[in-house]
Design a protein around this ligand. Structure first.
Ligand code: GLN
Length: 484
């Protein structure tokens, strides 16, 4: 019977223990079928996955060296283009749209012989924190079906959480990989801005968007990161250097210099048990001889407003292309005036949250308000970038909660968008500043749900991030409750 622990064990078993890729694919297809109620997938590519597995099994007979992702079963978020497959951003406006080309990330996965098993449900255009904004309906948290999986990459997170694939791709504009990872009890990495090309990623807010990775081990995640990273002629913001992230070098006896923000750990929205668990972790790190320093960060209260001004502004521009004239949904109403046709198509095609953000973005960009909102938010972003760069001249890593609470129930924040936005306080910081961040599932709450800790390092320093994460996952995964 097939079971998955990590990619290198899987490759060992393929080469030495008579395991085949088709065993793995059949196993996942069966599990996906048994877990349909979770609504994690928008489409499953069963036939193709079987074909690809059979091809790889055939090729292995001549004992070639295996490519890096040989037979690795991966799911991708429904905002990432996979040639000749539907991509809809879980929105009615892209109903029936088929990708014309592969995202660079997908191209690189396929070049290393990964098997893409399906496309995952998400919040419409990656806007949301609970996966309640999808035209395909809610994704359920596999640990407790009354709870949200987080968002916007909820389907990709649950696909890994419920063991429906080996790893998955999400996108993270303000926390959409780290927060669902936190809610689901798995690892979620948002690399530095530009580390993975955005070519073929449906744009939400282009100066924030980054493809991220869900997985169960740091080594698997570092391998996927290595495969997908690197310069790309189709994305001028992609980082030029190609860095080796795999295998993760052990931290050894290195003593780290770690910071945390006083304003984050003392934040009134932070659940008491989460605060206590992080404090306990800080104490044990200090006992091991690491330096952990509390620092003031008085800009924290500005991160959510700055994020929502800037991302909605970018979104209002990026989503202008969905007008019904070129592709996707087109109103059936008989309208002769072009402006009315656009309005009707967009009113029918976009859900409420996306409409709210387009309007907010148009507002903050409008003359008369531009200086008060958009320019101010840009200034806040620059201050954040400067201050963050200064912090990382002194410290190796920064730790923070990933989310103020564990996974909440469906409907809890649905009618209060501001409350939903404010819960992004700990994740948007990394996107505003472009630094890499990861959520590590170290803890379990007395309410039964998991939660993680977020680790961040300086921009482009994923090596340290993965090293610290590997060490924390090995030595500090408590899954113990710390009482309130
Ligand atoms: N929750 C955040 C938002 O709604 C993050 C979304 C994301 O990272 N795609 O914008």
């Amino acid at each position: 019977m097939f079971s998955f622990t990590n990619i290198s064990q899987y490759h060992y078993d393929l080469e030495n223990s008579g395991l085949s890729c088709i065993d793995a694919v059949n196993y996942y297809l069966k599990k996906i079928n048994e877990n349909k109620h979770l609504n994690a997938f928008t489409e499953v590519y069963a036939d193709e996955a079987i074909q690809q597995a059979n091809r790889l099994d055939e090729e292995r007979k001549s004992k070639p060296p295996l490519k890096k992702l040989h037979g690795v079963v991966v799911a991708i978020k429904d905002v990432i283009c996979y040639k000749d497959h539907k991509v809809t951003a879980s929105s009615k406006i892209l109903e029936g749209f088929t990708s014309l080309y592969n995202a660079t990330a997908v191209e690189r996965l396929l070049a290393e012989d990964a098997i893409i098993i399906g496309s995952c449900n998400c919040d419409e255009f990656a806007m949301g924190s609970s996966n309640e904004n999808s035209v395909n309906g809610n994704v359920l948290n596999a640990l407790d079906n009354t709870k949200v999986p987080g968002g916007s990459s909820g389907g990709s997170a649950v696909a890994v959480q419920a063991g429906l694939c080996m790893a998955s791709l999400g996108s993270d504009t303000g926390g959409s990989v780290r927060q669902p990872a936190d809610f689901c009890g798995i690892i979620g990495l948002k690399p530095s801005y530009g580390r993975i090309s955005r070519h073929g990623l449906i744009a939400y807010a282009s100066s924030f968007d980054q493809i991220g990775i869900f997985g169960n081990t740091i080594t698997d995640i570092s391998l996927l990161l290595e495969v997908m990273s690197g310069a790309d002629e189709y994305d001028s913001t992609a980082l030029q250097e190609r860095t080796i992230f795999f295998p993760v070098a052990p931290a050894g006896n290195k003593k780290y210099n770690i910071a945390y923000f006083k304003e984050a750990i003392q934040h009134p929205s932070l659940d008491v048990e989460i605060r206590n668990s992080i404090s306990a972790l800080i104490d044990s790190l200090k006992n091991e001889g690491h330096t952990v320093t509390e620092i003031d960060f008085d800009l924290l209260e500005y991160v959510v407003p700055a994020y929502y001004v800037l991302t909605t502004a970018e979104a209002s521009s990026n989503l202008g292309r969905y007008d019904g004239t070129r592709y996707g949904h087109q109103t059936k109403e008989n309208i002769s005036d072009l402006t009315d046709f656009y309005k009707q198509t967009r009113s029918e095609g976009f859900g409420k949250e996306v409409q709210r953000r387009i309007m907010l973005g148009t507002f903050v960009l409008s003359s008369g308000y531009y200086d008060a909102y958009f320019s101010k938010a840009q200034q806040v972003r620059q201050l954040l970038i400067n201050k963050t760069a200064a912090i990382f001249t002194e410290f190796d890593a920064l730790i923070m909660p990933t989310s103020p609470t564990t996974a909440f129930s469906f409907g809890d924040n649905r009618n209060d968008p501001v409350a939903m936005y404010l819960a992004d306080i700990f994740t948007v910081f990394a996107n505003l500043t472009g630094i890499p961040g990861i959520s590590l599932p170290l803890f379990k709450h007395s309410n039964g749900m998991p939660f993680g800790i977020q680790v961040m390092t300086r921009k482009t320093d994923e090596l340290t991030l993965l090293q610290v994460s590997d060490w924390l996952m090995k030595d500090h995964k408590t899954n113990q409750q710390v009482s309130a």
